[in-house]
Design a protein around this ligand. Structure first.
Ligand SMILES: N[C@@H](CCC(=O)N[C@@H](CS)C(=O)NCC(=O)O)C(=O)O
Length: 212
């Protein structure tokens, strides 16, 4: 059985999407990051880094429970355990990791920072907004160029790399970034968003947000 600590966030949504796409049953445990629940002692005992998502596999390696943080690591673990959405070897596997790291060290941080400085910072810092806006636009152009040549981000088939990219692109409004100059990302996004597993994962994390 899988348990997922999550909220309606770009990094969280990847895990239920992956579980839906792999056909694995799971239980969601809401952690309301807007209320700071991720920094409470009971949750810090689960993830000392105080962030969502976290996966608990009650039947992990050697039959022992496994608690795992970091959405990229979680998706690799699930892909290897299920044998789905990640090739066992070869160029395509290397491309999946290339795209995952490109997103997790490049696109995600750029969008997170520009969103923070535009929407949440206690003071306006034009230098920071301009820097992270430019970086977001730059990495979007890189991804758009790649998707001009590929159907999916790592090649011809849907993989966990598509799920990693999807999380933040689903939440691009927070960063104030759109697809107006990214026609190939827009084409890819519509294709991924139409998948039933992706829609089910989104619906489940969205339902974790209490009514205002
Ligand atoms: N590198 C981590 C990032 C996790 C992360 O930043 N999660 C955000 C939500 S998308 C969070 O928990 N934010 C609350 C906080 O930082 O206090 C991953 O990919 O899982």
């Amino acid at each position: 059985m899988y348990q997922v600590y999550a909220f309606s966030t770009p990094n969280s949504v990847r895990v239920p999407i992956a579980l839906e796409e792999m056909g694995l049953p799971y239980e969601l445990k809401p952690i309301n990051v807007r209320k700071g629940e991720q920094k409470q002692p009971d949750y810090l005992a689960v993830n000392p880094n105080g962030k969502v998502p976290v996966l608990v596999d009650t039947e992990g390696p050697d039959g022992q429970p496994l608690t795992l943080s970091e959405s990229g690591a979680i998706l690799i673990y699930l892909a290897e355990k299920s044998g789905k959405l990640l090739p066992k070897d070869g160029v395509y596997r290397a491309r999946v990791f290339e795209q995952m790291f490109f997103h997790l060290t490049g696109i995600g941080p750029a969008l997170g920072q520009v969103g923070f400085f535009k929407r949440q910072a206690s003071e306006q810092v034009p230098l920071a907004i301009n820097r992270f806006q430019a970086e977001s636009e730059r990495v979007f152009a890189v991804l758009d160029g790649l998707l001009a040549k590929r159907t999916f981000v790592a090649g011809d088939a849907f993989s966990i790399a598509d799920i990693v990219h999807f999380g933040w692109l689903w939440r691009r409004e927070f960063a104030g970034i759109d697809f107006d100059n990214s026609p190939n990302i827009a084409r890819w996004y519509e294709m991924i968003a139409a998948r039933p597993g992706v829609q089910a994962g989104i619906a489940k994390v969205t339902a974790l947000v209490p009514p205002a």
